[in-house]
Design a protein around this ligand. Structure first.
Ligand code: S3P
Length: 436
């Protein structure tokens, strides 16, 4: 386990090229594999999670060519996913997006075939019933371990479109159903209790699928062949959020973030940050517009600002779910009480992020407590520092690093290697901005 010390930073200055987006990289590889013709993917994220996806699509019959500036994927097409040689298990590693989305695709393979999907200890503890149950509603045959846990055994078969009312907003569940839906007879629709990231819908629209959003319902029709020649993956707002939070917290900082996805379903954190007094200037996509096929990109100019507390309401949660640990950290520095409500989903991430964030920040001197669906943070104007355990969770490791830069005494992160799941260049990028 790597222990790494992050000392208080005098300030952050410079330009961060946002690392490639993890959510979009998973989808780019999967949809490329599902396409009839070769697909060029530029800007693909080279990290542990997204390498799991490349290995998975290879096992399903995709030829992946790695060229200096792009990947070329020649997949088996929508209805011809291969069974891995010798019935090998497909290892998704730590990637929740991969296991949930690929299950939708494989469940609808009309020519049969059986696939076993498994992952690390964290994946085996995360709820899979949330995709298995609704896919069964389309006629899918999927076996899970007791309690709806991985490994999953998926048998391909012809599916019939259906409607599903999602009890919690989850882009992974929605995407699994839409991918199965394009293989199913008739229409498949999903109602979301609140908007969640819409990358799958945008890519399907670009690929020629009849995908519609009407109010809170997204639906797809049965489709023959996906047509995608090239996909560009923009920068990841969730990864960039760590340097952005550090720049807002450390006095005298000013950074520019380049090439970041500005999709309104991904930038909830940036709106929360502005509300708290962080100075973020840049053209984020306006919320709630009609479904678009493109992924807008923006440049942000971020500087330090005195922070005030805020309340994050349940309908904002899916738009910034992965950044809520950073909201807890910002709350430590803000004047007043910062509250996050309706975020019980945090308990089902790579770690129980309500427990690990609250324990982790408390260990650094923060005044905060867990609630069943979020946390309450009392701002004390700063943070002392200490040791933070990452619990194998990439976002927690990076949270500890940012806390260290903004703290009085520095933070030692235990398990820093977890950052490689989504952001292998994280420590180097931070060092570039702090000049250390
Ligand atoms: C993701 C959706 C979110 C998010 C995860 C990535 C995706 O999960 O937390 O990091 O790529 O669709 P849920 O769909 O479970 O909310």
């Amino acid at each position: 386990m790597t222990r790494r010390f992050f000392r208080p930073a005098p300030r952050l200055r410079g330009t961060l090229v946002a690392p490639p987006d993890k959510s979009l990289s998973h989808r780019a590889a999967l949809l490329a594999a599902m396409s009839a013709e070769p697909v060029r993917v530029t800007g693909y994220l080279h990290a542990e999670d997204t390498h799991s996806t490349l290995r998975a699509v290879e096992a399903l019959g995709t030829l992946v060519q790695e060229r200096p500036d792009e990947l070329v994927l020649r997949g088996p097409g929508l209805r011809n996913a291969a069974e891995p040689e010798g019935g090998a298990v497909i290892d998704v590693g730590n990637a929740g997006t991969l296991i949930r989305l690929v299950t939708g695709w494989l469940a609808g393979q009309p020519g049969g075939g059986t696939w076993t999907l498994d992952g690390d200890a964290s994946i085996r503890a995360r709820p899979m019933g949330r995709v298995v149950e609704p896919l069964r509603g389309l006629g899918a045959q999927i076996e899970a371990r007791a309690g709806g846990l991985a490994p999953l055994v998926v048998s391909g078969r012809a599916l019939t479109g259906a409607h599903y009312d999602m009890p919690v907003a989850s882009a992974q569940v929605k995407s699994a159903l839409l991918l199965a839906g394009i293989l199913a007879d008739g229409r498949t629709s999903v109602r979301e209790p609140a908007p969640s990231r819409d990358h799958t819908e945008r890519l399907l629209l670009r690929a020629g699928v009849d995908v519609r959003r009407e109010g809170d319902v997204v639906s797809v029709g049965c489709h023959d062949e996906l047509e995608l020649e090239a996909i560009h993956v923009p920068g990841d707002p969730s990864s960039a959020a760590f340097a952005v939070a550090a720049a807002v917290l450390v006095p005298g900082s000013r950074i520019v973030v380049e090439g970041m996805a500005a999709n309104w379903t991904r930038v909830g954190f940036y709106r929360i940050l502005e509300r708290m007094g962080g100075v973020v200037v840049g053209p984020l996509e306006a919320p709630g517009g009609p479904l678009a096929a493109d992924e807008p990109v923006c440049e942000l100019d971020v500087s330090h600002g005195p922070l005030v507390a805020t309340t994050v309401e349940p309908d904002e949660v899916p738009l910034g779910i992965d950044e809520l640990p950073l909201v807890a950290l910002l709350g430590c520095f803000a004047e007043g009480e910062t509250v996050v409500r309706g975020a019980q989903e945090l308990r089902h991430k790579e770690s129980d992020r309500i427990a690990t964030v609250v324990d982790g920040l408390r260990g650094l001197g923060a005044d905060l407590e867990a609630t069943p669906d979020g946390f309450v943070v009392r701002g004390t104007g700063g943070l002392e520092g200490g040791v933070l355990e990452a619990h194998g969770d990439h976002r927690l490791a990076m949270l500890g690093a940012v806390a260290g830069l903004a703290s009085r005494a520095g933070v030692e992160v235990v398990g820093m290697e977890a950052a490689a799941v989504s952001y292998p260049g994280f420590v180097e990028d931070l060092a570039g901005l702090t000049g250390s």
